[in-house]
Design a protein around this ligand. Structure first.
Ligand SMILES: Nc1ncnc2c1ncn2[C@@H]1O[C@H](COP(=O)(O)OP(=O)(O)OP(=O)(O)O)[C@@H](O)[C@H]1O
Ligand SMILES: O=P(O)(O)OC[C@H]1O[C@](O)(CO)[C@@H](O)[C@@H]1O
Ligand SMILES: [Mg+2]
Length: 811
């Protein structure tokens, strides 16, 4: 029973009928807060609660009146793509006093609210915890002053609180990412890309000051993403001789032909003694010592503005929904929790423990215990710091700095280009050079390998690669199948001791083919590693491929534009086709990020009955005042129900209610500048790959993956049985667990038909429980509807596997 509970939960529609719940945003705003508010409202409505907005944070709670208003399904329509928070945020001094909190309690009880979702930073969450601790005494006092009656005292004797961290600073311990951080990184990276081009023209140095208060996360990650020459963060002040080190670094770079330099400075940067380091101080050092033309740019609140990134929208959706569920499941004795992100899992952590740990960072910094400060910031921070430092060691081109093997390693791409590939090559090349190894860049995939297009890579060759989209080494889809002898000959000719292949499903296939040919060709007895890199996110052995995040952002942005194009047009439905092969990752995630009404994918079989239901559902939403509809479909979701079919169906059935348009996004999904996430992930994967080769003694062939926030090296042979070759899909895909959430957030209350939905909990998904969940949901559906049998995705996949056994893998 317990294990069943751990993998899925049944969310009964209307299960918490009549419960009062309020959501508010507090402290500095951040992008993605609207997605969180929307998810809270819609999940609460789904569960039957009466849901309220509290406008202007704690101030609205204290002031009451019009600041506490009931929300409905439509009041959160069309907000997911907006920056900031549509319900307002504030900092409120009155709430810090008991008298203010007493007033706030009275206002909540009058509205029947005893469940709060707070979206804010550490201050807001601390305030919420205090409020909860005091609640019974506040209720007692209100009753004794006859401000509330005995019934109210009894009914609202307990306050439940769940927190979500909304802040661009990513300064909260316990969660990998806070809502807004990724969007802020987007703003910073766009800005630094812009200053880099003008810096190049004028051979200037740019010092960019970024926000983060006392946390260096934004500075650190943007320094990695923008190839900064130097960086200042509060958690690890520079050594006392930093002016000298900085000037040496700049001089070295200029001597190597670099025309511009970027320095990232955190607004909270300090020296070893705790004194602030400012942009003007750094500029003076540079101008006085090396006389470089230097400018200081303070990015300021630009970082907190603009549309939320796809990541922040999805994070907001997931956390908002989880927060409401946690509130409904809370018992009077249970501790208040904060919804956190661990890898790609949402987890509940004790709110006050996280707040205390967060305060511990400040304490460690005040005591100048820098190591402790870095550790408390968490694994991801420490890893990024290590990455930055590794890539910014003093340069010794192609000379050994340490002992260890001196290898000749090949790096190449196979498959379609994807953003982040270049960042991966760059860090791989540079770390290998630092360690005294040689890297040969192999151009144009297998064709280039066979033709002998090998280039010895230098430090300078990969300068500026992190911000470049596409694949600068060139890439092709050709597989090695009929070229193995020639490949073996070339690897021998160039004395290649190891081969890194960065690419998508073809890279995975190619590596498997080469690994299987080792017995016949001893030259292939070298370590080989695949770094999954494809917008489709369909490579076995990893939860996330390089390039998928950039593509998701591209699609999300295009969906925003397409929807906006219909402003002023009466009721319109857009059908948008995404790439991904048979993998529905992009369609599903872009569906969540874009607030889509439906996302059709191959993995979740749908029938004409489902399509019919969705068309009528759309019409009923329009009747309630919704103006625009968004339907996503994966390019291979169904051969017969293709985009044209769907367009005709919606056009015909929507006559008189809405018009329909279709957009096939095509290759624009593969283009663009890499997102901060792909730049940083590419850089880190390149480093992991280099480290792996440098400590290899055998001839393993592995896939370097990211699984539950850990880097994993899975032998490619073991992955064979986890792959469905004809579909180019892994057998388990973690993100399928987000499908029920997409349905709940898209479903208008006027059309709730199902009694409930099974939601897989963010725990194991590869244990077979996921299959069970789908089957159970299938049974539930069948019980209620006389529709065509609903085949589970797993059973579809199993059918294909059988086909594959009969016909052999399609290569
Ligand atoms: N110790 C506290 N007791 C009661 N209320 C508090 C407390 N700390 C903060 N608050 C309330 O929360 C509001 C927001 O807090 P704060 O200004 O620290 O921002 P934050 O939530 O930490 O967000 P950010 O730092 O990202 O801007 C305060 O204005 C106040 O109303
Ligand atoms: O918006 P304000 O009040 O100027 O505060 C700015 C601060 O808020 C944040 O943007 C978010 O906490 C910090 O990065 C910054 O130091
Ligand atoms: Mg704060």
């Amino acid at each position: 029973m317990e294990s069943e509970r751990a993998t899925k939960r049944y969310l009964e529609c209307g299960a918490f009928k009549g419960r009062g719940i309020a959501v508010f945003t507090s402290g500095g705003d951040s992008q993605g807060m609207n997605a969180a508010v929307r998810a809270c409202v819609r999940m609460a409505i789904y569960l039957g609660c009466k849901v309220y907005f509290i406008r202007e944070g704690y101030q609205g709670m204290v002031d009451g009146g019009e600041n506490i208003v009931e929300a409905n399904w439509a009041s959160v329509s069309g907000i997911i793509h907006k920056g900031g928070t549509v319900i307002g945020s504030a900092r409120c001094m009155e709430f810090k006093e008991r008298s203010g909190r007493l007033q706030a309690a009275k206002n909540l009880i009058k509205k029947g609210i005893s469940n709060l979702v707070v979206i804010g930073g550490d201050g807001s969450l601390t305030g919420a915890n205090l409020f909860r601790q005091e609640w019974s005494s506040l209720v007692e006092e209100l009753h004794s002053k006859a401000e509330i009656n005995g019934d109210q005292k009894l009914k609202f004797g307990h306050l439940n609180i769940v927190g979500m961290v909304g802040s661009i600073d990513n300064d909260f311990c316990g969660t990998d990412m806070t809502i807004g951080t990724d969007s802020a990184l987007h703003r910073i990276v766009e800005s630094v890309d812009a200053t880099t081009s003008t810096a190049f023209s004028h051979q200037r140095v740019f010092i960019i000051e970024v926000m983060g208060r006392h946390c260096g996360y934004l500075a650190l990650v943007s320094a990695i993403c923008c190839e900064a020459d130097y960086m200042f963060v509060p958690e690890e002040p520079p050594p006392d001789n930093w002016p000298e080190l900085l000037c040496d670094k700049l001089t070295q770079a200029r001597n190597a032909g670099q025309r511009q330099n970027t320095i990232i400075l955190s607004e909270g940067a300090i020296d070893n003694k705790g004194n602030p380091i400012t942009g003007d101080m750094v500029k003076k050092v540079i101008v006085d010592a090396v006389e470089l033309d230097t400018r200081v740019t303070v990015l300021g609140h630009i970082q907190r503005g603009g549309n939320p990134s796809a990541f922040d929208r999805i994070l907001g959706c997931r956390m908002g929904a989880e927060a409401v569920i946690a509130l409904m499941e809370a018992k009077p004795e249970s501790e208040p929790v904060v919804v956190s992100l661990e890898g790609n899992q949402a987890v509940m952590l004790p709110l006050m423990k996280c707040v205390e740990k967060t305060k511990g960072v400040g304490k460690a910094m005040a005591e100048k215990n820098w190591e402790e400060a870095v550790n408390l910031r968490g694994k991801s921070f420490a890893r990024s710091l290590e990455t930055y430092k590794l890539l910014n060691q003093p340069r010794h081109e192609a000379k050994a700095t340490e002992g260890g093997p001196k290898l000749t390693l090949g790096v190449m791409h196979i498959g379609a280009p994807a953003c982040g590939m270049n960042a991966c090559v760059r860090s791989f090349v540079r770390l290998c050079l630092h360690k005294g190894s040689t890297v040969l860049g192999i151009h144009d995939g297998i064709d280039g390998l066979v033709a002998g297009q090998f280039q010895e890579m230098t430090w300078a060759d990969v300068s500026g690669w992190v911000s470049e989209g596409g694949a600068l080494l060139g890439t092709k889809r050709t597989l090695p199948t009929d070229k193995i002898p020639k490949i073996a000959e070339r690897l021998k000719q160039f004395k290649v001791n190891g081969l890194l292949i960065i690419g998508g499903f073809e890279a995975f296939m190619a590596c498997m083919i080469l690994a299987k040919a080792k017995n016949d060709h001893p030259e292939l007895n070298i370590p080989m590693l695949v770094v999954p890199s494809t917008i489709s996110n369909n490579v076995p052995g990893t939860e996330l491929s390089l390039g998928a995040d950039t593509a998701l952002n591209e699609i999300t942005e295009i969906c925003d534009r397409i929807r906006q194009s219909a402003q002023g047009t009466k009721r319109r439905v857009f059908i948008i086709e995404t790439m991904g092969g048979y993998c529905g990752y992009l369609a599903t995630l872009a569906g969540l990020a874009g607030g889509a009404d439906a996302a059709y994918i191959f993995e979740e079989k749908f029938s004409i009955k489902d399509l019919e239901k969705d068309v009528y559902h759309m019409a009923s939403k329009m009747a309630e005042g919704v103006q625009r509809g968004l339907i996503l479909r994966n390019e291979k979701c169904n051969d017969n129900y293709n985009s044209d079919f769907m367009y005709r169906l919606y056009s015909e059935e929507g006559k008189g209610v809405f018009t329909a348009r279709v957009n096939i996004l095509g290759h624009m999904q593969q283009g663009g500048a890499p997102s901060p996430y792909d730049r940083s992930l590419g850089t880190k994967l390149g480093i992991q790959a280099a480290k792996w080769f440098l400590k290899q003694s055998g001839n393993d062939a592995c896939v370097l993956g990211l699984v539950k926030r850990e880097y994993t090296f899975s032998p490619i042979i073991d992955l064979e049985e986890q792959t469905i070759f004809p579909l180019r899909l892994p057998k388990t895909q973690w993100w399928l667990k987000l499908r029920p959430l997409l349905r709940i957030l898209a479903q208008h209350d006027s059309v709730y038909e199902e009694e409930g939905i099974y939601m897989p909990v963010d725990l194991p998904t590869n244990t077979g429980a996921f299959k069970e969940f789908l089957e159970e949901e299938n049974r539930l559906r069948q019980k209620r509807q006389s529709v065509v049998a609903f085949e589970t995705p797993r059973s579809v996949l199993v059918a294909f596997e059988q086909k594959e056994l009969q016909e052999g893998p399609q290569t």
